[in-house]
Design a protein around this ligand. Sequence first.
Ligand SMILES: [Zn+2]
Ligand SMILES: [Zn+2]
Ligand SMILES: [Zn+2]
Length: 467
Amino acid sequence: MGIRDLWNILEQVKQETSLADFRGKKLAVDFSSWFVKCEATPYTNRSIFYRIVDLMSNGITPVFVFDGPKSPEFKARKRGESYFRATSQWKELLNEMGFPTLYADGEAEKACAQLNSSKIHLYELSAIEEKIGIGQKEMIAAAILIGCDYHKGVESVGREEFKDLLKELRNNEVPDIIDRMRGWRNNPEILSIIEEEKKLNTDNKKKSAHCSRCGHLGTLPRHSKNGCSHCNTPKECNEKTEDSGMAPCSCEFHALERKKKPFLTELKVRKAALCQPCFPDEKDEEIIFEFMSKDESASNCIDLMLKTANYQNVIEKLTEQFGVIADDTKNFFPALVKMVLYGQVRDLAITPVELLRKCKKDGEPCYLIKFKQFEFDAINTENVYKIKVLQSVIDSKFPELTPKDESKAKKDQGQTQAQAATSKERKRGKNDDSRQSKINNFFSSKKNKPNRKASDNTEDLQSLKTE
Ligand SMILES: [Zn+2]
Ligand SMILES: [Zn+2]
Ligand SMILES: [Zn+2]
């Protein structure tokens, strides 16, 4: 829903990962946010195309998430005609490219991520919920209070106030922030505080003198001489400390202060919200309804397998309809080879021709390999693609390509290498391992989906959302 300042709010659970960490996975892409970002560049469609090729080159299957047929009116109002025309064109093309698409009306995401070139910032929903205390309802409350793509929010409520509010509500054991907000106008506890404050103000009472040492009613000289009844001392009085060990001051002002203390932020945010003639208003309720309702049917029946497409058609459309130039589209087919290599496309054959040399990509050992050009590729003219592929992938898929001396050497010292690998793993440190295991956990965290039976390739079905 595009909550204002969301990434800053989530900063403390941010994990840095790279696209390579998602190799062989499926990644749900919020197409509308991609589109909006690419729209800001001079080459919208080419930028979108390059993002797709980027994912493909890392062996990732993008699963595109679009606004569903039940997309609410407020979204339509915000997006406008031309947006819908453009995205529905893209949707058609993505379908043709064989990528699965699904509707956003479906389930909540398990995590969200920001793609910035090769770096991915990953935010796991479980961490967001545990460490920051933001679950689905809090997310909706943030949209209403701070503001989001469809809503300007409540004036003078920003991310700091919102974070304080969450903390306060948690301390006060408020179970449901949405219900709480809906009841702000009539909440008896809050109303009694406001009434009391009003009364003190209208009575125009002056705050009586307080002792500077103990903070109780009276003055320091008088307490020094006669003691303080609150401190229960016949002479002198106690030094004021933050500890609650001290008897509270009984004056009205301090009594009210104490009563207000657990609700300070809530009172402030409530006051700002209730400046609106109606809160939550119709629009707020629209947002609550939209993001609270769950329509499982939409996502459960979606087939998440990547299908082989009529690529000639795809390239034609890319060029004619989207203005992606030939030089760009050339990248599509080598990316497709990678998807086959990483098991994301199953019904396409690839033929390695020659291993050119060893190399590295992002620090990982690779081979530069020539692959035979796809027959349906009418764009590339060299008959081959030169592609960097992880050595481990080649060793397992095309062992005959692995350099002879290498494979012999490997056999000879298989044991030693295995040991070396293990200690290398160890050296990489605990952080790396736990990050990877976190990612693995979250990719395998979906269970009991009807469509999982369709293919074992949906094991890694997950619901990562990218922006
Ligand atoms: Zn005193
Ligand atoms: Zn005292
Ligand atoms: Zn007092």
